[in-house]
Design a protein around this ligand. Structure first.
Ligand SMILES: Nc1ncnc2c1ncn2[C@@H]1O[C@H](COP(=O)(O)OP(=O)(O)OP(=O)(O)O)[C@@H](O)[C@H]1O
Ligand SMILES: C[C@@](O)(CCOP(=O)(O)OP(=O)(O)O)CC(=O)O
Length: 372
């Protein structure tokens, strides 16, 4: 019997992946860029055991058995085994044994918090460790579990290169800068809703590819420029440009969602209240101090620098007053001393009470790790 346990991070895109050119191999229409978030606060933990006596493959997700008869899961297992066989790093008989997967996310699953990204990255990395191929290029296998998962295999800021080959061999994730390149970078997630979402990313983007003319323009004209300028800003640690492109790319992605027929509506009134708060804050400061981005759900991810966290949190608490403020479960992640927060400017007014469920204060982090 062999058993391995690993953890893997979530990632949040600043240039969004939306649209596939090959649904089966999960090949994207455009490059995307993300930050890998610290596993100290958000992560998937997966244990995989393999044994000659196991009669079938099994997966237990968050304590509940799920069907293994899932094409994405089967594809990841099959591809890893193929790679392990070719590398000769593992005894061939071991590759014939079934596996038992036990996996847990320490945050809500399928709620637009990128659980499929950390989930499939962890699955593929743990399998790779089990068969001794963890140092090979495995992002192209994680990609076949969930596109965004390929980016969670690296630390720091990561680019998923769309690639050109029809077989997907060059559609891989590469690290742009390591996790400690811009150590002041912080990510604050404002959780508006952590229930399972109605339109999955997979379904939504498939309809966008079929119906949105704006998506074609985005892919051909906008994303290549957004990506080039954002990577340049990242290398120069130019937050103003980094933040502006991040917000513009998120807004364009949601415009594509509305241009989809029938439309995919992921942001809600609370999301737009966050958008207004951020622009009001940046206008008062006369520079881009904080940037928002939204995935396929209403939750906001704010990118900002450490020095601005107290002032931004003071504004968030004024615009979104909450009875749970002070409860340690309300602001999770990196500890915040509420008594040290400054007074928010008089210009900000409350949007309504208890509109946020909770807040996660985190930073850029490392890739998957074996922990057993
Ligand atoms: N730990 C895990 N191990 C294996 N599969 C997982 C794991 N966590 C999530 N998944 C898979 O990912 C699915 C959720 O993906 P989905 O894209 O709907 O939501 P999300 O990833 O939370 O949101 P988004 O991708 O929009 O940020 C789950 O139903 C499950 O199939
Ligand atoms: C909005 C996004 O979060 C979309 C993520 O889509 P998924 O990677 O979940 O989709 P599939 O490849 O079909 O599994 C943007 C992003 O993470 O780049």
């Amino acid at each position: 019997m062999l058993s391995v346990t690993c953890i893997a991070p979530v990632n949040i895109a600043v240039i969004k992946y939306w649209g596939k050119r090959d649904e089966d191999l999960i090949l994207p229409l455009n490059d995307s860029v993300s930050a890998t978030l610290s596993t100290d606060h958000l992560c998937t933990k997966t244990t995989i055991t393999t044994c000659e006596s196991f009669a079938e493959n099994k997966i237990i997700l968050n304590g509940k058995e799920e069907s293994f008869d899932n094409p994405r899961l089967l594809r990841c297992l099959e591809e890893i085994k193929k790679r392990a066989k070719a590398s000769n790093k593992c005894k061939p008989e071991i590759l014939k044994w079934n596996v038992h997967v036990k996996t847990e996310n320490n945050f809500p699953t399928a709620a637009g918090l990128a659980s499929s990204a950390s989930g499939y990255a962890c699955l593929v990395y743990t399998l790779a460790c089990l068969y001794g191929i963890e140092n090979e290029e495995i992002s192209s296998i994680a990609r076949q579990g969930s596109g965004s998962a390929c980016r969670s295999l690296h630390s720091g800021f990561v680019q998923w290169q769309k690639g050109e080959h029809p077989d997907g061999s060059d559609s891989v994730a590469v690290q742009l800068v390591p996790h400690d390149f811009w150590p002041e970078m912080r990510i604050i997630v404002l959780v508006v809703n952590d229930a399972r979402k109605k339109t999955s990313s997979t379904g939504g983007m498939s309809t966008s590819v079929k119906t949105s003319k704006l998506l074609k323009y985005r892919v051909e004209e906008c994303v290549p420029k957004h990506t080039k300028d954002l990577v340049e800003a990242l290398n120069k640690k130019d937050f103003e440009t980094f933040g502006k492109i991040t917000m513009q790319d998120s807004n364009q992605f949601h415009a594509v969602c509305l241009d989809t027929y029938p439309p995919c509506v992921y942001m809600n009134d609370i999301s737009f209240a966050v958008v207004n708060m951020v622009h009001q804050f940046n206008a008062l400061k006369k520079e881009v101090k904080v940037a928002y981005t939204f995935d396929a759900g209403p939750n906001a991810c704010l990118y900002l620098l450490e020095k601005d966290v107290p002032e931004v949190l003071a504004v968030v608490n004024k615009v979104f007053p909450n009875d749970k403020l002070g409860d340690p479960e309300y602001i999770k992640g990196i500890a915040v001393d509420l008594s040290e927060l400054p007074e928010a400017q008089a210009e900000f007014t409350a949007s309504g009470n208890n509109l946020l469920k909770y807040i996660i204060n985190t930073k850029v982090g490392e890739g998957p790790k074996r922990i057993d």
